[in-house]
Design a protein around this ligand. Structure first.
Ligand code: ADP
Ligand code: MG
Length: 270
């Protein structure tokens, strides 16, 4: 039976400002959703808030997993219920090996991790992601290239077999071959038992992972939802047409700040 995660009118903030301003989104297992949007519009914040990162305060709205409100659950409790996030910037943890990290996470999710079975599964996942054989014994992401970190996130996902995965810019820093490998591995996971929220800027990844729905996020809200036709349009025309069509002006501080900094530099050069 399909499972569902529903995000209803979600508002979230850090002390300085509100970042999510009423996000609505429903994902079912078997579906792939892509979120695209300009920098600084709240995509990574949405991922973190779904996963329960305490850095963000949810001021109103609900996150409902199979009918249960999970707003008050901690990150590890959400993971046990089958949520997974691949971070935009994966952490390095010297002192903890990659395999220990995954095995501990699997144990905490109540999965069978008898050593023999685990090693077999880990080796298979490594091979499928074309990761080096000594990966298991190296420290978590320590000294990994950007692309290796991203592949390692997908490896963890393959081992943990979550119900819902949020993949935040897993394509950044990947070369063409790695992009294909990651794309195919994610795509192969999709089943009646797995749904995926994919955050990306690029059409290329979506050649391998075909989303059923494409959402555009601007200023902390999903302002448009469509099919794959939106990907091509964004790739060719950016987001200005969306803003024009919907009468939106960008509130993004980062973008404003960049303009101020560039303006100051230009003044200095005069
Ligand atoms: P996106 O992933 O769409 O590029 P983010 O969700 O990372 O955007 O960020 C949305 C906005 O909130 C940006 O202006 C960003 O700088 C700000 N922001 C997000 N998290 C934090 C934080 N922990 N501290 C300060 N600012 C933050
Ligand atoms: Mg981001």
């Amino acid at each position: 039976m399909s499972q569902t995660i529903e995000i209803k009118d979600l508002h979230a903030r850090i002390p300085e400002k509100e970042i999510l301003k009423g996000v609505n989104l429903t994902i079912k297992t078997g579906e792939i959703h892509a979120i695209m949007g300009p920098n600084g519009t709240g995509k990574s914040t949405l991922s973190s808030v779904i996963m329960g990162n305490p850095k963000y305060e949810v001021t109103s709205g609900e996150i409902i997993l199979n009918g249960e409100n999970i707003n008050d659950l901690a990150v590890d409790e959400r993971a046990r219920k089958g949520l997974f996030i691949a971070y935009q910037y994966p952490m390095e943890v010297p002192g903890v090996t990659n395999s220990d990290f995954v095995r501990t996470a699997m144990k905490s999710c109540g999965q069978d991790t008898s050593l023999f079975k685990f090693i077999k599964g880990y080796e298979k996942a490594c091979k499928e992601l074309e990761m080096p054989e000594d990966l298991a014994h190296r420290y978590l992401n320590a000294g990994f290239s950007g692309g290796e970190k991203k592949r390692n996130e997908i490896l963890q996902m393959k081992m943990l077999k979550p119900k819902f995965a949020i993949l935040d810019e897993i394509d950044s820093g990947l070369d063409v071959d790695a992009l294909r490998i990651v794309g195919e591995n994610v795509s192969n996971m999709v089943s009646d038992d797995f749904g995926c929220l994919l955050i990306t800027h690029y059409e290329r990844l979506l050649d391998y992972i075909k989303p059923d729905y494409v959402h555009i996020m601007i200023n902390g809200r999903i302002v448009m939802t469509g099919g794959r036709e939106l990907i091509k349009k964004i790739d060719q025309e950016g987001y200005s047409w969306v803003k024009k069509e919907l009468g939106i002006t960008i509130e993004n501080d980062d973008e404003k700040e960049t303009h101020v900094v560039l303006g100051a530099c230009a003044n200095n050069l005069k």
